[in-house]
Design a protein around this ligand. Structure first.
Ligand code: GLC
Ligand code: GLC
Length: 827
């Protein structure tokens, strides 16, 4: 069942009922000011840091769901409704929500009054602008009331939700005409405030929640709205809010447009106040309000936003036989990659914005998805990340986006972390041809006095693995590898201990983790990422070092085949007891997804047919109609030696859930191995546009990936097999976005930036006739046509560039040339 449809021409998803199976959200903002907005206008805003600069309040995990937002209430002679249906939930005559690129437009209609509200965060602007267009589509003149509403958060979202003994006494506001100011803590230690304005006179206001809503009422029936009159309340402590009240009279056919600004302002300390030393200096706020105080200025801002997205999405576009592929590649997958660039894993409807900072591995992988769109910012990001590395190649697992410093509470020793840096730096060079990133002096642990060129960071990353091998010559698993929930050194039996950071006393003397437990996944990732380092060295003429590194890669491949090949697939780990995990010999969890793709893509044991054998096993044991499960069979009990993975009921999260992130690795591997049909099958099982038809099962947004989909084992142990199979969770902020962008664009469609230029080597379903792609790359536009007359999956039979035949599948790069017309024939 669907709850809307794609409007590709406008790059929008159009939601046609407010009762979606879960709130379906969008993100506004790309620089400092961000908002989350659901299809019923729920959500919140923050400045840069979702925890420390939370501007409006949101109630996670609330009943009913999705409470807290920016709401407009209409009281039409006793009939009270919201354009977005919630929170009053009066049945509307018409409802529509259009989530677009950086804006959301919600339209509601009731008894002849139409209200269309458009929300967006303009470029270079620290605020959310909201345009409300009210139209009388009825046949009588009508006078009705409009109330706006926003509830302020007292800045630190964590403190706001637990320190009530203090917070109920700190709220402060100021009212100046139609502008309602939130100046909590501004008198003392904060140099920032927020405001909510409207470009018209008002008939009243409220700034105190209890006066507006009433202590025993809710968002669905605020007393002031019921009474059809603002109380002009002035908050002092308790819960400050901002609500404008305006009476509006419209003749039949007449419209009224209002523009609201929800803004954030930072002031230099010596200019915070007016001469009286306590009134807010409003100079900056007034300039912001003026910037968007007419519908014309609003439209101009929207136009600028559209131009921004036109540019970003114009870098890579395709026309394939499947419009679902086109809308993923050309619009939504790229859009989601940018959202992960902006938000990392901080704030979504599943991430509360107060938990995680930037992850070392997460952020490096995100780079792979957006580097072509914003290479300069990708470079900055890579340098920020690398600056939290240690001289021995280890890294802080997370760092704070505000301070850019590593987070000592989580610490390091996640075995996979360093390898992702090799991949992100390589992706940056492949995209831009800018080798100078290798010379950038980059600190260790943010200490500039021990800075080294980025190349050195790659070296310590590479040797971090080589220098930390276990008994089988495979990398030590440490606290965890990519799978945060396989914790082989925890042996935790006490509730509340963090599986990622708890150190079992039995390993304390060994430095915190077992020196026996080994990760086959990291071994395979090493053989996949490592060759990039080798190529970089060769390019720099460092042939000896390159040869030395290559030897380590070859050795690792040998070790994998000797000690980690299970006959039909690669197994997952040696645990701290030296036992195999993810092997046929195991009772449960016999096969895992993570090592397989990287091993296939680095040709480990290819001469023995490991690639096709492994792909066959994956298809048989892990594939379902909703994607590939992470492991099989699911764990049905707690294995103290494995850690968090076996705490999840089977079918969820890392215990046999469909973890869409690592599905992409198999899509890439199948494509690499020439199995274009298989690659596309897995791609279409999880790509959001393809799951749209089953939105009732999938629940989360059909335009973006989620981290996880309920696996085939969900509920099996309690007699509910199938009930939650296919149900999506944790949408938006996931490495799935980047990796599936890589899978479809570089592996399936095969348009792959390489060190020496753009490579074209598709691996597509055999029944396709081909496709076209346009790629802006290193200052030139590549118009690419792929022909598939013989209906093969893979294999470039010939390539012509501007009519001339070319050997191989890399388009030769000519300095200064701005357009390439490329025809590739498969066969
Ligand atoms: C989450 C984390 C990621 C981890 C994955 C598997 O998505 O953000 O870092 O690799 O889970 O545990
Ligand atoms: C939990 C989640 C996992 C995530 C990790 C991040 O373990 O299950 O997916 O990566 O937290 O800390």
């Amino acid at each position: 069942m669907k709850f809307g449809y794609f409007d590709d021409a406008n790059r929008e998803y159009v939601i046609t009922t407010p009762r979606t199976p879960y709130p379906w959200i969008n993100y506004l903002g790309t620089q400092g000011f961000f908002s989350l907005i659901s299809n019923t206008a729920g959500g919140y805003s923050f400045y840069k840091d979702a925890r420390l600069r939370r501007i409006t309040r949101y109630r996670y995990n609330n009943v009913p769901i999705d409470m807290g937002g920016r709401y407009f209430y209409i009281n039409d002679n006793g009939i009270i409704w919201n354009p977005g249906w919630s929170p009053v939930k009066t049945e509307l005559d018409e409802y529509e929500c259009r989530h677009g690129m950086g804006y959301t437009k919600i339209t509601g209609k009731k008894n002849g009054i139409k209200a269309q509200v458009t929300f967006f965060v303009p470029q270079d602007f620290d605020g959310e602008v909201q345009q409300v267009v009210l139209t009388n589509e009825g046949s009588f003149e009508n006078t009705f009331s409009l109330f706006s509403f926003a509830e302020w958060c007292l800045w630190d979202a964590q403190d706001d939700s637990n320190n009530f003994q203090r917070n109920f006494s700190t709220g402060r506001v100021e009212v100046d005409g139609s502008v309602l100011y939130h100046k909590t803590e501004y008198r003392d230690r904060r140099n920032h405030f927020a405001f909510y304005s409207v470009n018209d006179t008002i008939d009243g206001y409220d700034t105190d929640r209890d006066s507006f809503i009433g202590l025993y009422n809710g968002f669905n029936n605020p007393e002031a709205v019921l009474a059809d009159k603002a109380t002009n309340s002035f908050a002092d402590g308790w819960a400050p809010i901002a609500s404008h009240f305006k009476k509006i009279t419209l003749k039949p056919g007449e419209s009224k447009t209002l523009v609201f600004v929800l803004g954030y302002v930072e002031m230099p300390v010596d200019q915070k106040f007016e001469a009286d030393g306590k009134t807010i200096n409003k100079v900056k706020a007034k300039a912001m309000i003026e910037k968007y105080d007419t519908p014309e200025k609003f439209e101009a801002g929207m136009k600028e936003l559209k131009a921004y997205w036109d540019k970003l999405l114009g870098i890579f576009t395709v026309t394939t036989p499947d419009d679902k592929v086109d809308r993923m590649v050309n619009i939504w997958n790229q859009y989601q990659c940018m959202v992960t660039f902006n938000l990392s894993r901080s704030a979504s409807y599943f991430e509360s914005g107060i938990g995680r900072g930037m992850g070392f591995r997460d952020s490096n992988q995100d780079v792979l998805g957006f580097v072509h769109q914003i290479p300069d910012r990708a470079k900055e990001r890579i340098i920020d990340i690398a600056s939290t590395q240690f001289p021995d190649g280890g890294c802080y697992h997370q760092y704070s986006p505000l301070t850019k410093k590593g987070n000592a509470d989580i610490g390091g020793d996640f075995s996979d972390d360093p390898l992702w840096l090799i991949l992100s730096v390589s992706a940056y060079i492949k995209e831009t041809g800018d080798w100078s990133i290798l010379d950038v002096m980059t600190p260790y642990d943010n200490d500039m006095s021990v800075a080294q060129p980025m190349l050195e960071h790659l070296k310590v990353s590479f040797y971090r693995i080589v220098n930390n091998l276990g008994p089988h010559g495979l990398p030590l698993a440490m606290r965890a590898d990519w799978n945060d929930c396989i914790n082989l050194s925890c042996f935790s039996d006490t509730p509340g201990e963090s599986f990622q950071t708890y150190t079992n006393p039995k390993f304390a003397a060994e430095g915190g983790y077992s020196k026996i437990a080994e990760s086959v996944m990291v071994a395979a990732l090493f053989t996949y990422a490592g060759p990039n380092y080798v190529e970089i060295l060769k390019h720099l003429g460092k042939d000896d070092e390159a040869a030395k590194a290559q030897e380590e890669i070859d050795k690792m491949k040998k070790n994998i085949m000797e000690s980690a090949w299970d006959g039909d697939w690669f197994f997952r780990e040696y645990d701290a007891n030296g036992e195999k995990m993810g092997s046929k010999e195991c009772e449960e969890g016999q096969i895992f997804i993570e090592p397989q793709g990287f091993a296939i893509m680095s040709d480990v044991g290819k001469d023995q047919g490991t690639d096709l054998k492994t792909l066959a096993a994956i298809d048989e044991r892990l594939n379902t109609k909703f994607g590939l499960v992470l492991n099989n069979p699911a764990y049905t009990k707690y294995y103290i030696q494995y850690g968090e993975i076996s705490t999840y009921p089977g079918g969820y999260k890392e215990n046999a859930g469909i973890f869409t992130h690592n599905n992409a690795w198999i899509i890439c591997a199948a494509a690499y191995a020439g199995q274009g049909d298989q690659a596309f099958k897995y791609y279409s099982e999880i790509a959001p546009a393809f799951t749209e038809e089953t939105s009732d099962i999938h629940k989360t947004e059909p335009y973006v990936y989620g981290q996880m989909i309920g696996g085939k084992d969900a509920g099996a142990d309690i007699g509910q097999t199938g009930k939650n199979f296919g149900q999506g969770k944790n949408s938006w902020l996931t490495g799935t976005a980047a990796w599936n962008m890589v899978a479809i664009s570089q592996y399936i469609l095969g348009v792959q930036p390489d060190f020496d230029g753009l490579k074209v080597d598709p691996s597509i379903p055999h029944d396709g006739d081909g496709f076209t792609a346009t790629r802006k790359f290193r200052g030139a536009t590549y118009n690419i046509t792929i022909k598939n007359p013989n209906h093969v999956c893979k294999g470039v039979a010939s390539m012509e560039v501007d009519g001339a035949k070319v050997d191989g599948c890399i388009i030769p790069y000519t300095e200064g040339k701005t357009e390439y017309n490329v025809v590739v024939t498969l066969g």
